[in-house]
Structures are given as structure tokens and as C-alpha cells.
Design a protein around this ligand. Structure first.
Ligand code: CA
Length: 403
């Protein structure tokens, strides 16, 4: 039991304790923890308590804290839980709580490398049917390795950041030649991101069992995608300008330790995967996502059905000896379930624009229009019947700018 009163239904009960970076008034940016509708100001609190290593919370990024590794993450979480459980700390803690409405949330970590996977079988099959209707929906490699590509870490932005409609080349199969202009098929991809804390040495693969030692926490990701740019440019090297203009992440990073009750066995993998992708610990996660388009819920994808787990993704992305850095972000790929109401992109929801999505106010959409606001939220089971929330990742589309 905690002395703190968190509103019912808040994504941030005491069992969660997600970390973020905030700015309050004109003071330097620093690390905080979300508690209900308040933010716990960790830097002065840890200084007052003489917490070992507490200076990392004075930084404008989670990277220095994440680099300390799992023993420090566990110790700080235990310390916070102690403060929030015993009434003797109440006055001290309350003096370092700020109303969430009064702070500005910033990008929570300095993104080192960014990798995006493609781990939902339903999403991969839907995209295959849309783009390659005469071929097998899954490529021959899909069930043997988690397919991914390297994205652009410098354009990862925090939730709330506007996204300017990208311009670029596009050419439909019936066009004689490519044309240039604003994307007419701007889309989202609802994804879950994994944030690396502890680096690895070049040449040393991280095994599936090393997931817990290297990964600090989990956030939400919106992989904005310009489908018309993407479909013209992606052969043979994969996504490039159709995705690199912006990727949004949620402001709060939920620690892996808060998600123990959400762990589930992932789908059976058949054919059996190669030994380096096998592990004893189940790292499926029972997260329920919700996508709103201009405030109207259009989809509720479930993460538990993802074919590849984040532990397998981490093992795969390092198996060639590629090293990890603090702040690396790897995302799951679009989370889509088997039903229409569980699709994680508008490409799939509108079946490439042929089945418009109704937004509840009489308007319909195929793809994003200027001014549209998209928000993705998620929650997971926590201990004692609590729900562990992720807050949301939101962004509004602004009109294209001329070249
Ligand atoms: Ca993606």
C-alpha cells in the first residue's frame, strides 16, 4: 500500500514508475517519474536523500542513468517504492511533486542507433497482399529471422511534436515517369519501442538471455510512413525517405521491471528457429494498444500476438557482432492483429485507401490529411490488478513546405 493517492484509471500507478525528462519553468531539464497526474522531481529528491549516483537525474536525458545498468535500475526502483510506501517520507516526497500539467516533456533519451523491425505476421501478410497481390504474402526469410532496417535516429521526436508532411518522388505503376510533391499517402505505424541501457562490445553478440541485462525499458513509437514515397524507393534496399522524416516516441519510458506481470508466451514458431534465436524465458508482452484518429478510436491492436519477441530481435541485431550503445532504440514493427479493428496502420485499416475509415463525426479517411491528430496509447497488466500505462505518443500533421 502506498500513501500517495493516484486517480483511478491513471496510467501511472505506484506499480509503474516510468521515467521521463521534463522542463519546469525556466529551470534546467532533468529526470522525473510519472505518478498519477504528477511528476516526481528526482534530482532534488535524490540529493536530499544522499542517493548514490543520484546526480544522473540532473541530466537532460535518461542516458547516464540507463548506462549504470540493471543493479542501479533495480536499486532506484526499490528506493522509490520504499519512499512511496512509508508515511515517514511523505512530506519529503510531496515537496518534490510537480503537477504534470505544469511541466514540458522532452525527448526522454538521446537516441543512439535506431532499428525498426517487422515482427507482426498479420501486418507483414496484409502489406504483402496489398503491395504484392500475385505473390506469397510472406517473403521466404520472414519466419527464419526478424526482418529489420536501420532508421534515422536524428529525427526521432517526442510525443506532441508536429510532423510536417514530407515531399518526395512518387510513381504509381501506371505513371510513365516519377513526379515530385507532397506525399498523398501519409500513414502511421503503431509500434512498441525497446530502449537499450547497457552497451555491448564490438564483435560480441548479445544472446537471447541477455535481453534483461541490456534493455532498460519500453516506450510507444509512431513510425510515420509516406506510402507513395516508400513504394517507389524501397526496392532493393528498403525504407529510406518514406520514413526518415520523423518517428515519434512517448515521453515516458516504462522500466522492464514494471512489466513482469505482462509477460506471456509468444506464438509457436514453426519452422523452428536457429539456435541463436532460441531462449528459455518467454518475452511476449501482453500490451493492449489503442489508436485514435482525431479523437476517434479506430483500432485496438494487441502486442501479445507478435511473432518475434524483443529478446530475439536484440539477439538478431547483434549476432553479426554489431555493438550496442546506450540510447539504442529498436522498435517492434507495426502491431497488427487478425481482425480489421486490430490493424496498426491506416494502409491496412483502409486497405490502401479502398475501404475508407469512418471517424465517427461523419468524416472518412484513407490516409492522413493536414491538421489530423493521431494518438497511440497502451496499457498492460501489472501486479495486484493494477494497469501499467504508457501514456501516449501523439502528433499532428502540418502541411508540406515548399522546396
Ligand atoms: Ca515500421
Amino acid at each position: 500500500m502506498s500513501w500517495i493517492d493516484v486517480p483511478d484509471g491513471s496510467p501511472f500507478p505506484v506499480q509503474n514508475l516510468p521515467y521521463g525528462v521534463f522542463r519546469y519553468a525556466d529551470e534546467p531539464a532533468r529526470v522525473g517519474v510519472a505518478l498519477g497526474d504528477q511528476v516526481l522531481d528526482l534530482a532534488p529528491l535524490s540529493a536530499a536523500e544522499g542517493l548514490d549516483g543520484g546526480h544522473v537525474f540532473e541530466e537532460p536525458s535518461l542516458n547516464p542513468f540507463m548506462a549504470l545498468g540493471r543493479p542501479a535500475w533495480t536499486a532506484v526502483r526499490a528506493w522509490l517504492t520504499e519512499l512511496l510506501t512509508h508515511d515517514t517520507y511523505r512530506d519529503l516526497v510531496e515537496s518534490h511533486l510537480l503537477p504534470a500539467a505544469d511541466v514540458e516533456m522532452l525527448l526522454p533519451f538521446e537516441v543512439a542507433d535506431y532499428v525498426d523491425f517487422y515482427s507482426s505476421q498479420h501486418h507483414a501478410e496484409n502489406v504483402g497482399r496489398i503491395f504484392r497481390p500475385d505473390a506469397e504474402p510472406l517473403t521466404p526469410n520472414w519466419k527464419h529471422l526478424p526482418i529489420g532496417y536501420h532508421g534515422r535516429s536524428g529525427t526521432v521526436v517526442v510525443s506532441g511534436t508536429d510532423v510536417v508532411r514530407p515531399s518526395g518522388q512518387r510513381k504509381s505503376p501506371t505513371d510513365q515517369a516519377p513526379t515530385f510533391g507532397p506525399s498523398a499517402r501519409l500513414d502511421i505505424e503503431a509500434e512498441v519501442g525497446f530502449v537499450v541501457g547497457v552497451p555491448s562490445a564490438p564483435g560480441s553478440p548479445v544472446p537471447v538471455g541477455g535481453f534483461r541485462d541490456h534493455v532498460f525499458g519500453v516506450c510507444l513509437v509512431n513510425d510515420w510512413s509516406a506510402r507513395d514515397l516508400q513504394s517507389w524507393e524501397y526496392v532493393p534496399l528498403g525504407p529510406f525517405l518514406g520514413k526518415s522524416f520523423a518517428t515519434s516516441v512517448s515521453a515516458w519510458v516504462v522500466p522492464l521491471d514494471a512489466l513482469e506481470a505482462a509477460r506471456v508466451t509468444p506464438p509457436v514458431q514453426q519452422p523452428e528457429v536457429l539456435p541463436y534465436l532460441r531462449g528459455d524465458e518467454p518475452w511476449g508482452l501482453d500490451l493492449e494498444l489503442e489508436i485514435t484518429w482525431n479523437g476517434h478510436v479506430v483500432s485496438r491492436p494487441g502486442f501479445a500476438g507478435m511473432y518475434w519477441t524483443p529478446a530475439q530481435q536484440l539477439a538478431h541485431l547483434t549476432v553479426n557482432g554489431a555493438s550496442l550503445r546506450t540510447g539504442d532504440l529498436f522498435a517492434s514493427g507495426t502491431v497488427s492483429g487478425p481482425d480489421r479493428g486490430q490493424r496498426g496502420s491506416f494502409l491496412e485499416l483502409s486497405w490502401n485507401g479502398t475501404e475508407p475509415v469512418e471517424l465517427g463525426d461523419g468524416t472518412t479517411r484513407g490516409f492522413l490529411e493536414d491538421g489530423d491528430l493521431v494518438s497511440i496509447s497502451a496499457s498492460a497488466p501489472g501486479p495486484d490488478g493494477a494497469r501499467i500505462g504508457f501514456g501516449s505518443v501523439a502528433g499532428r500533421v502540418l502541411p508540406a513546405r515548399s522546396v
